[in-house]
Design a protein around this ligand. Sequence first.
Ligand SMILES: Cc1ncc(COP(=O)(O)O)c(C=O)c1O
Length: 379
Amino acid sequence: MSELQSKLPYVGTTVFTVMSKMAQDHKAINLSQGFPNFNVAEKLLDNYHKVIDGNYHQYKPMPGDARLLQEVAQKIEKHYGRSINPEKELLITAGATQAIFTAIQAIIHKGDEAIVLDPSYDCYAPSVELAGGQPIHVNLNADFTVDWDKVEDQISKNTKLLVINNPHNPGGRVLSKQDIDSLEQIMRRHPHVFLLSDEVYEFIHFEEPHISVNTREVLHDRSIIVSSFGKTFHVTGWKIGYMVAPEAIMAEIKKVHQYVVFCVNSTAQETLSNYLPQVDLGDLSTFYQQKRDFFRERMKGSRFELLPCEGSYFQVARYNEISDLGDFDFAKEMTQKHGVAVIPISGFNKDKHDDHLIRFCFAKDEDTIIKATELLCKI
Ligand SMILES: Cc1ncc(COP(=O)(O)O)c(C=O)c1O
């Protein structure tokens, strides 16, 4: 039998899977993987039950349910003042992950380069490689802010795509107006580059506003913007999201999408098209800000140094006062010895540099946060 040559030889099991499994094996409180453990809104479940009992179990149209597309377009208009054509510029996807994979397959050709800012969410670089492209990794500053000069220095004639994530996982940063201005200037200076903006935490930001690429014409005319209903409505297991792109780009993305999934889960689409007009998405930031503040307040007695958390539902902490171990070993020790599973940040860095940082997910119910922080304060 001939030997199969791996297309992703360096990829093993993801750190999220490893840490969640370790949490389970050691009965540790799981603050590692980014999913909520509290109840989904009752109104959403009521809608879901009605849909399940109804006749919505067959394929939806390839780009998405017409009503859902309309609702998302209205949401974009309401929150960002951008008017899009839902038929031509919007696509419902099987989560943000499929949106990102599909967009990258449509855009990246063999030999193209895509700039990825590390620490980065783990699906960007492999998607670029599977398309035959080369990810160019640029490290964020130690405090997870962006050095835009460093980013621009990496742009070459081969650069096809720049990937950003705002609010940022794992860093918890939200790009400022100055950041977005710098990004806009870079994009103006390099008209051959497209932008992929991962905005799955678009409604989870705290003191400062989240400036979506949807609000900047110079940017959105060359951008693919991705979001996730899983993150917005605490239903990560539904795997449903969407992306926005100008018509010509979207036409190419749809060509790929139809051969990846063709269309997305019908009952989730039907439910969300009913539910979207019933909710105020502005409430989500307040909801998570309370969780962030509760977590941070209860961590005051601990020896962890908490970094700023401006958005997303992740809190990064430095543990230099506690241990000299590398972050993977420290995360293992946390899970096995101290009963709290976390994610080591170096796993998000291509060069694996280790700043002795770990990530907590605070999208958890009050009881879980109380129990976890009690344990964390004893370390
Ligand atoms: C930054 C970022 N992008 C994309 C995703 C994937 O979202 P989805 O579950 O909708 O595929 C996640 C999930 O954790 C994420 O944190």
